[in-house]
Design a protein around this ligand. Structure first.
Ligand SMILES: NC(=O)C1=CN([C@@H]2O[C@H](COP(=O)(O)OP(=O)(O)OC[C@H]3O[C@@H](n4cnc5c(N)ncnc54)[C@H](O)[C@@H]3O)[C@@H](O)[C@H]2O)C=CC1
Ligand SMILES: O=C(CO)COP(=O)(O)O
Length: 414
């Protein structure tokens, strides 16, 4: 019988534990108990979060008012929480994963399977690294992903939604994950495109920040829809540049367009970005995150910075005006209103990038195509000026080109 451990216990981590715990009680091939590693905290009343979760069966800080299931056992000791697990569910904010993995090296049971519910990526000197790859490489386990239109508080209340498991090669493993997560109100589908699924979940957080700016500036639904359309194009183009094997069909699964829509309508990234724009960029994201999310973490601002480093490193900034602008606005280098700028420049470049996957399939070179192609399938749209033009038009000069750097956060056990 397989034992399951959830590594992480924030808003989504707690809901994931609840979903899984309802299934392990019913499914014969799983042990009833679900262990949940908790990054220990002392609550304002002086109690330890882990003890309160185990006494009340509720994560009073990150998911108040929802019973997790009596078979969810909170454990503040990471090593102890994972030691017998056959199936490991990783669901921490992405900035903590490198630190968590370091603590887990050599502590995982041989043959264990992992799945990442984490939306984010790391940028290292060697280039971008998806979180599932970080887990796989560091812990020497196979790691699938689960992403989707999954605002945790709604799933906690058992409102219907869908999700996508992304796997590579091992369909039978994906089927076990589908079995472990699926409930009548949470329908999970597996697709053989782990990179595509993970990149959808990661990149939509940048678009959600843009959608929040649009809301803060009270620009209306049409503008937000335009931002979502442009964002989806940049998501597809960026994904295919990094992994030419990424499938178009993945963007039509829950992890793709559905997650993009729900996050741009109702997520935390959107909410904090709205407040940032309402305040004219004068209050930092860190301050607003702390005030509005009370310990929950944003992923979009960091992801925009990480993606910007990749774009800058490859000389791709002009092909990704939305992603670039989101980073520059979040860093205070452009005002929130720069999210929508009209000009008539290189919008066809994205279209060209989308051809890259096709070209790659036929082993044709990309760069000459981008430089010389005049393929014209442009639709009228918001046209972005280049980053340089935007900054120059505001009398600013660009800061030094960002080098690929890696910032890691430490995991400090309370
Ligand atoms: N909340 C949601 O609706 C959804 C979240 N996700 C993704 O799930 C992942 C986890 O997010 P949530 O569960 O929502 O977390 P959260 O943002 O609600 O909570 C933050 C978590 O980080 C922990 N933490 C704080 N400092 C830490 C440190 N130094 N080391 C390790 N852990 C630390 C906190 O204890 C807490 O469990 C993210 O990648 C997010 O994008 C995906 C789908 C839905
Ligand atoms: O990923 C999410 C929904 O699928 C949640 O997004 P936020 O972190 O912006 O709330």
């Amino acid at each position: 019988m397989s034992k399951v451990t959830v590594v992480g216990s924030g808003n989504w981590g707690s809901v994931a534990a609840k979903l899984i715990a309802s299934n392990t009680l019913k499914l014969k091939n799983f042990n009833d108990e679900v262990r949940m590693w908790v990054f220990e905290e002392t609550l304002p009343g002086g109690e330890k979060l882990t003890e309160v979760i185990n006494q009340t069966n509720e994560n009073v800080k990150y998911l108040p008012g929802i019973k997790l299931g009596k078979n969810v056992i909170a454990d503040p000791n990471l090593e102890n929480a994972v030691k017998d697990a056959d199936m490991l569910v990783f669901v921490s904010p992405h900035q903590f994963m490198e630190g968590i993995c370091k603590l887990l090296i050599g502590k995982i049971k041989a043959g264990a399977e992992g799945i990442s519910l984490i939306k984010g990526m790391e940028v290292k000197k060697e280039g971008p690294c998806m979180i599932s790859t970080l887990i796989s490489n560091q812990l020497e386990i196979n790691c699938s992903v689960l992403m989707g239109a999954n605002i945790a508080n709604e799933i906690a209340m058992e409102k219907f939604s869908e999700a996508t498991v992304g796997y590579s090669q091992h369909k039978e493993v994906a089927e076990r994950w589908v079995q472990l997560f699926t409930t009548p109100y949470f329908i999970v589908t597996a697709v053989d495109d782990v990179e595509g699924v993970e990149l959808c979940g990661t990149l939509k957080n940048i678009v959600a920040i843009a959608a929040g700016f649009v809301d803060g500036l009270e620009m209306g639904n049409n503008t937000k829809a335009a931002i979502m359309r442009l964002g989806l194009k940049e998501m597809m183009a960026f994904s295919k540049l990094l992994f030419p094997s990424v499938k178009d069909s993945t963007f039509f699964e829950s992890c793709g367009v559905a997650d993009l829509i729900t996050t741009c309508m109702g997520g935390r990234n959107r909410k904090v970005a709205e407040a940032y724009a309402t305040n004219g960029g004068k209050r930092s994201f860190e301050e607003l995150e702390e005030e509005l999310l009370k310990g929950q973490k944003l992923q979009g601002v960091l992801t925009a910075k990480e993606v910007y480093e990749v774009l800058s490193h490859h000389g791709w900034l002009e092909m990704f005006p939305l992603f670039s602008s989101v980073n520059l606005i979040s860093q205070g280098r452009l005002p929130p209103s720069a999210i929508v700028e009209h000009s008539d420049n290189k919008s066809s470049m994205i279209h060209n990038v989308l051809w890259h996957g096709l070209l790659h399939a036929f082993n044709l070179p990309l760069l000459p195509f981008i430089r010389h192609s005049h393929v014209s399938m442009r639709a009228p749209s918001i046209r972005y000026r280049s980053v340089q033009e935007l900054e120059a038009s505001r009398g600013r000069t660009r800061g030094p080109k960002l080098a690929i750097t890696h910032s890691s956060y430490s995991v400090v056990q309370g």
